[in-house]
Design a protein around this ligand. Structure first.
Ligand code: GLN
Ligand code: ZN
Length: 786
C-alpha cells in the first residue's frame, strides 16, 4: 500500500553506483578490440571511452539522477583498475606496465605469449568476471589516483555532481589471492595496514579535486565473514574515518544483507551507508531498525533491484523508503547494486510484444524509477500519482497474463517423483557398461564443446536472421563447419569428439530461443568479462520445449565419424543463472520447468544413438547464495534440477558435466550429488588445484581438470600440458583422469586452437606412455605417435 510521506527539508536524491560501460552499440568493445588489433590508436580508444562516459552521465542526469557515479567506468575491469590504483602490479607485468601503461594493463588482463594474465573469477554471484589481484608478503602498494581523479574532474567539468566509486580496501583484499609460493600463513587481508595509507592518499587526492563524497564498495561484507575480518573492517573504517583530509565516505554494500557487518559499518566514523533492500537483502531493514538506525548518517537505500529486468513495485519501494525515513538522518534512493549487470535500454527492444515490453526495466528505465521514487519521497506520493497508477496497471497485466502461466507445464512439474531424479544404476556399476561401450584409452582427450566462432559463421547467422539466406543454405553452412570440426578432431587425434556448436550464438540463448516461455532481446548486452558481452535471455513465463533442439547437429556429426560424438546441452541451473529470472515464482520452480524440457532433449539424443551427453553447468557455483545459511536450500533444488534433466538415461550412456570460472572447493559435495559420470573443470590458471581438492574429498568419478587456459591467446606447449597432467595424476588415477581444455574454444582463433589441441593430444599420449604398463619388447613409439 502506498503511504503518504511527509515533505522533508533535505530532498531525497536519486543515485546509482555504476552504469553499463559498453555504450548503446557496444562502442567500447569495438574500440578496445580495435586497439588490440592495431586498428584503433590509443588516442582514439581514450576518446571513445571519454565519449561513452559523457553520454552515460548525460543519460543519468536527464533521467533525474542527482548524484552520478564517477570512476565506475573501465576499459576492462574495475578490480584490475583498483590493482593499478594501488600499484599492485605482479612482478611479471611490471616491465610492460612501465613501458606502456595501457599495453601493460591489457597484458595483465589477457596475458601475452610470455606472461600469464591474472586469474579471472566471478564477481560475487553475478555473471561478471573480475581479474583476481595477486598479493604476497612482499607486495608494496603505491597510490595512483590518476584514473579516479581524471574521471571525477571530467564529470565535474560537464556540470555533474559526481561521487567517485572505488572498490573498498577490505573487499579488495578479500577478493585477492596469495601469490604462488606465499607461505600458507599469508592472507592478502593481512596487508590492510599497508593498504590503508594508499587509500588515504587517494581520498586526499579526490578531496583536492573537489569530491564531496566518495563511495567505498564493500560487497565482500555481505558474505559470512569471521570475527577477525569484521574486526579488520572495523579498524579500517575507523582509520579511514579519522582521516581529516578526505571526502565524506559512503560505504556501500550490495548483493545481500550485511548481517554482522552492519553494526561494524554503522559504528564507524564515516558519513554514510548504502544498503541493499531487495531479495534476501531485505533483511537489512529489520536489522537496521534493531540497531537503532543510522543517526546522523546518510542512508542510500537500494530499493530498485539492480540485477533483474522487471519493473519495480513502486508502491512497495515507497513503503520501504517510508520506514527507512525514520532510521537515518537522510535517505537517498538507489538501485540495489551497480547497473552494470543489466542491459542499457528496454526501449531498444522494439521487437517485443508492447504489452510485455511494459513489464521490463533495464538500466535507463531503472534510473527513471529511482527519480520517481526520490520525488515521491521528497515531495509526497501525490506528486507521483500518475506514475504509481501506470505502475500498478503494468504489474497487474504481468500477473494476469497467459505468458506467465501454462497449466500443462505446471501439472507436469507437480508430478515429478523421486524416480525421475535417480539413475537406474549407481555410478560404480554403470561405469563398467560405459567403458565397455566407449573403449577409450586411459587419459582420454576431449574438448568442452565449442570450436572457434568465425566471422563467417556469425555472418551466416546474421544472414539467416535478415532473410539474406534461407534455412537450407544456413543448414548447409553449419554442416560444412561440422565437417571441418570433426575432420580436424580426427586428424589431431582426440578421443571423444564434439560437433563444435557452430550453430550456437551463445550456450544459453541458443536454447532459450527454442523454448516457449523465454524472451530474447536484440540489444540486451551485458558485460561478462573484458570485451566479452552476453545477451541474457529473459525467463518470462512457464517453460516448455516444442521440438528437439540439438539432435540434428549431433547426429550429423556422429554420421561422419566412428569415434563417439558428445551431445552438448546447457544445464538447468546455468540456463537460469545466465538468464534474467522471474521474480514472481521461486527459482526452484523455474529450474524444474527448464530441467523437464532438457530431460526430453536428453532422451531424444540418447534415442538417436548418442553415447556421451554433456550437460554444462558452469554456473552452478556462481549462483550459490552469498550467505551460507541460504546454501543448502539452493544446492538441493539445483542438484535436483540437474538430475531431473539427466537421470532418465540408460546405464551405458555417459553423462558429462562441465564447470568453469569458479572456486569449486566449497561445493564438492554438491558436485558429487549431480551424479554425473564425468566432470570437466576449469583448472589451468590455478595449476589444477581443483584436482587435489576433489581427491581430498574422495570424489569417486571421472574428472577432466582443464590443462589449456582458453581465456588467454597463449598457446601452452606439450611439455607444459604434460606437466599439468602429471600434477593431475598425483590426485586422480589415470583411469579416471580426462584431458581437456578449461572451457569451450569459441572465443579463440583457429590457428591457436590447432596448435594448442595438437599439444594437448601429444601431452596426453606422452603421459599415457608413462602410466600404462607395457608388455616388454613393445617399442615406445606407436603409429599414433606421429
Ligand atoms: N559447451 C560450452 C562450450 O564449449 C561450454 C561453455 C562454458 O562452460 N562456458 O562453449
Ligand atoms: Zn566452461
Amino acid at each position: 500500500m502506498t503511504r503518504k510521506t511527509t515533505t522533508r527539508t533535505t530532498a531525497a536524491r536519486a543515485t546509482v553506483y555504476g552504469y553499463p560501460r559498453q555504450g548503446c552499440n557496444r562502442e567500447l568493445k569495438k574500440a578496445v578490440e580495435g586497439y588490440w588489433h592495431g586498428r584503433v590508436s590509443a588516442e582514439a580508444l581514450h576518446q571513445t571511452a571519454s565519449d561513452l562516459r559523457r553520454e552515460n552521465w548525460r543519460q543519468l542526469a536527464e533521467a533525474g539522477i542527482d548524484e552520478v557515479p564517477s570512476g565506475d567506468f573501465s576499459l576492462y575491469d574495475h578490480v584490475l583498475d583498483t590493482s593499478v590504483m594501488v600499484g599492485a602490479i605482479p612482478p611479471r607485468h611490471r616491465a610492460a606496465v612501465a613501458a606502456n601503461p595501457l599495453d601493460g594493463y591489457f597484458a595483465m588482463a589477457r596475458g601475452t605469449q610470455d606472461t600469464a594474465p591474472l586469474e579471472m573469477t566471478k564477481w560475487f554471484d553475478t555473471n561478471y568476471h573480475y581479474l583476481v589481484p595477486e598479493l604476497g608478503p612482499d607486495t608494496v602498494f603505491t597510490a595512483d589516483a590518476g584514473k579516479q581523479v581524471a574521471e571525477f574532474k571530467e564529470a565535474t567539468a560537464l556540470g555533474h555532481t559526481a561521487r567517485p566509486v572505488l572498490l573498498g580496501p577490505v573487499s579488495y583484499l578479500l577478493l585477492a589471492k596469495p601469490v604462488l609460493g606465499a607461505s600458507p600463513l599469508f592472507e592478502p587481508v593481512n596487508l590492510i595496514n599497508r593498504l590503508l595509507p594508499v587509500y588515504a592518499e587517494i581520498l586526499a587526492d579526490l578531496r583536492a579535486a573537489g569530491a564531496q563524497w566518495v563511495q567505498l564498495d564493500e560487497p565482500a561484507l555481505v558474505q559470512d565473514q569471521p570475527e577477525e575480518i569484521l574486526r579488520t573492517a572495523a579498524r579500517a573504517y575507523l582509520d579511514l574515518g579519522r582521516l581529516t583530509d578526505r571526502p565524506k565516505i559512503l560505504a556501500a554494500s550490495y548483493f545481500d544483507r550485511l548481517g554482522a557487518a552492519l553494526p561494524v559499518l554503522a559504528q564507524a566514523p564515516i558519513e554514510g551507508l548504502a544498503l541493499d533492500f531487495t531479495g534476501p537483502a531485505a533483511a537489512n531493514l529489520d536489522a537496521l531498525a534493531a540497531i537503532g538506525g543510522l543517526p546522523g548518517k546518510r542512508l542510500v537505500a537500494g530499493v530498485v533491484n539492480g540485477r533483474n529486468v522487471w519493473i519495480n513495485d513502486l508502491a512497495a519501494s515507497l513503503s520501504t523508503l517510508g520506514t527507512l525515513l525514520g532510521l537515518a538522518d537522510r535517505v537517498d534512493v538507489a538501485a540495489s547494486c551497480s547497473l552494470l549487470h543489466v542491459p542499457l535500454d528496454a526501449e531498444a527492444e522494439r521487437g517485443l510484444d508492447p504489452q510485455i515490453a511494459r513489464w521490463l526495466a533495464f538500466a535507463r528505465q531503472k534510473t527513471a524509477e529511482l527519480a520517481v521514487l526520490a520525488r515521491g519521497l521528497s515531495q509526497g506520493t501525490d506528486t507521483i500519482a500518475a506514475e504509481l497508477a501506470a505502475n500498478r496497471a503494468d504489474l497487474a497485466s504481468r500477473a494476469g497474463s497467459a505468458v506467465t502461466g501454462d497449466p500443462e507445464v505446471r501439472t507436469r512439474a507437480a508430478s515429478v517423483t523421486d524416480a525421475h531424479i535417480h539413475r537406474s544404476q549407481p555410478y560404480a556399476e554403470r561405469t563398467a557398461a560405459q567403458r565397455a561401450r566407449l573403449a577409450l584409452p586411459p587419459l582420454p582427450t576431449t574438448t568442452i564443446g565449442s570450436f572457434p566462432q568465425t566471422d563467417e559463421l556469425r555472418a551466416a547467422r546474421a544472414g539467416l536472421r535478415a532473410g539474406r539466406i534461407d534455412d537450407a543454405a544456413y543448414r548447409e553452412r553449419i554442416e560444412a563447419e561440422i565437417r571441418e570440426v570433426v575432420g580436424f578432431q580426427e586428424r589431431v587425434g582426440l578421443d571423444v569428439l564434439v560437433h563444435g556448436e557452430a550453430e550456437r550464438n551463445d550456450m544459453v540463448q541458443y536454447f532459450a530461443e527454442q523454448l516457449v516461455g523465454y524472451l530474447a532481446t536484440r540489444h540486451g548486452w551485458v558485460q561478462s568479462y573484458g570485451t566479452r558481452y552476453v545477451r541474457p535471455p529473459i525467463l518470462a513465463g512457464d517453460i516448455s520445449r516444442p521440438a528437439p533442439m540439438t539432435v540434428r547437429w549431433t547426429s550429423y556429426a556422429q554420421s561422419l565419424t566412428a569415434k563417439p560424438v558428445k551431445g552438448m546441452l546447457t544445464g538447468p541451473v546455468t540456463m537460469l543463472a545466465w538468464s534474467f529470472v522471474r521474480d514472481d515464482q521461486p527459482l526452484a520452480d523455474t529450474a524444474r520447468q527448464v530441467a523437464l524440457a532438457l530431460r526430453d532433449e536428453v532422451a531424444d539424443l540418447e534415442a538417436a544413438g548418442t553415447a556421451v551427453i554433456q550437460v554444462d553447468e558452469p554456473a552452478l557455483r556462481e549462483t550459490l547464495p552469498l550467505r551460507a545459511a541460504d546454501r543448502p536450500a539452493y544446492l538441493a533444488w539445483a542438484t535436483e534440477a540437474f538430475r531431473l534433466a539427466t537421470a532418465g538415461v540408460r546405464p551405458e550412456t555417459q553423462i558429462h558435466t562441465h564447470m568453469c570460472y569458479a572456486e569449486f572447493g566449497d561445493i564438492l559435495a554438491a558436485i558429487d550429488d549431480l551424479d554425473a559420470d564425468v566432470i570437466s573443470l576449469e583448472a589451468a590458471r590455478s595449476h589444477l588445484r581443483v584436482a587435489g581438492e576433489l581427491a581430498a574429498a574422495e570424489y569417486p568419478r571421472e574428472v577432466g581438470p582443464g590443462v589449456y587456459d582458453i581465456h588467454s591467446p597463449r598457446i601452452p606447449s606439450a611439455s607444459e600440458v604434460a606437466e599439468l597432467l602429471r600434477t593431475g595424476l598425483r590426485a586422480v588415477p589415470a583411469d579416471r583422469l580426462w584431458v581437456n581444455p578449461d572451457c569451450g574454444l569459441k572465443t579463440r582463433g583457429w590457428p591457436e586452437v590447432r596448435s594448442a589441441l595438437a599439444h594437448l593430444v601429444a601431452a596426453a599420449r606422452g603421459v599415457r606412455e608413462e602410466v600404462t604398463p607395457r608388455p616388454s619388447g613393445v617399442s615406445l613409439a606407436t603409429a599414433e605417435e606421429r
